[in-house]
Write a protein that binds this ligand. Structure first.
Ligand code: SF4
Ligand code: SF4
Length: 226
């Protein structure tokens, strides 16, 4: 089977607002706007590429160094009502077109987040089917199994597996924090009220919180994110 060959059309980087599958969009709307511990802070229509806190930190530094105006904002959080703290799970770039795209080239290529490295794979679906983003280089391509996908995409496939594993790890940690009563996320709150509470709360990156609370050692987190 031929290998994936990017046509360098730049469409993906020039349109980073998510055009997600309608099933996923329904799931997000039903669950992440005040009905579960994870709260999405931006509408489905405005969301763009999700980036991890450690990636957001790198991109902020690169933006400063390269004098690029990058609006990097919290994307999803868990709000702990006991400590009035928002644990930021991920960030997003609040732009239609990626601010790091210049003359159809990524100017932070070696520092680009996992979500870019795995494109056009949206998720490899560790326990379900893979989902792909729209990409002209994928037209008329189909796969029989994950081995074929791995073979076709190479590095992008590994990035997608990594990203899926981080999500899984993060979800397990949230459950552990709740079960052990370390946090008490609000449930079934009116969304607008919840947004105000998040806005007025102390904000901390989820991974930093895990280290602060001695839930995970820095070494464990390094292993997950590297
Ligand atoms: S949309 Fe597909 S072909 Fe175009 S730049 Fe992105 S990955 Fe490459
Ligand atoms: S960081 Fe680079 S690869 Fe990712 S969307 Fe921006 S320009 Fe594209």
């Amino acid at each position: 089977m031929a290998k994936f060959s990017c046509l360098k059309c730049g469409v993906c980087c020039a349109n980073i607002r998510q055009k997600i599958e309608s099933d996923d969009s329904d799931f997000i709307k039903a669950n992440l706007f005040g009905n579960s511990p994870i709260v999405q802070l931006v509408s489905v229509e405005d969301m763009s590429l999700p980036i991890w806190p450690w990636e957001a930190e790198i991109l902020r530094k690169k933006a400063e160094e390269l004098k690029v105006k990058a609006d990097i904002k919290p994307f999803r959080t868990v709000f702990d009502i006991n400590k009035n703290k928002s644990l930021i799970l991920s960030y997003f770039m609040d732009h239609d077109s990626c601010p790091f795209l210049k003359e159809n080239q990524c100017i932070v290529y070696n520092h680009r987040p996992l979500v870019c490295r795995q494109f056009p794979i949206q998720t490899i679906g560790l326990e379900k089917s893979p989902v792909f983003a729209k990409c002209p280089a994928l037209d008329n391509t189909s796969f029989v199994n994950k081995e074929e996908i791995n073979d076709f995409f190479g590095e992008s496939y590994h990035s997608a597996v990594k990203n899926d594993s981080i999500i899984e790890w993060q979800n397990k940690k949230i459950i552990e924090l709740i079960k052990n009563k370390i946090i008490r996320p609000v449930k079934s709150y009116p969304y607008n009220f919840l947004l105000k509470r998040v806005e007025n709360s102390e904000k901390v990156d989820f991974t930093d919180f895990l280290v602060e609370e001695n839930i995970s050692a820095e070494r464990e987190i390094e292993k997950i994110i590297k």
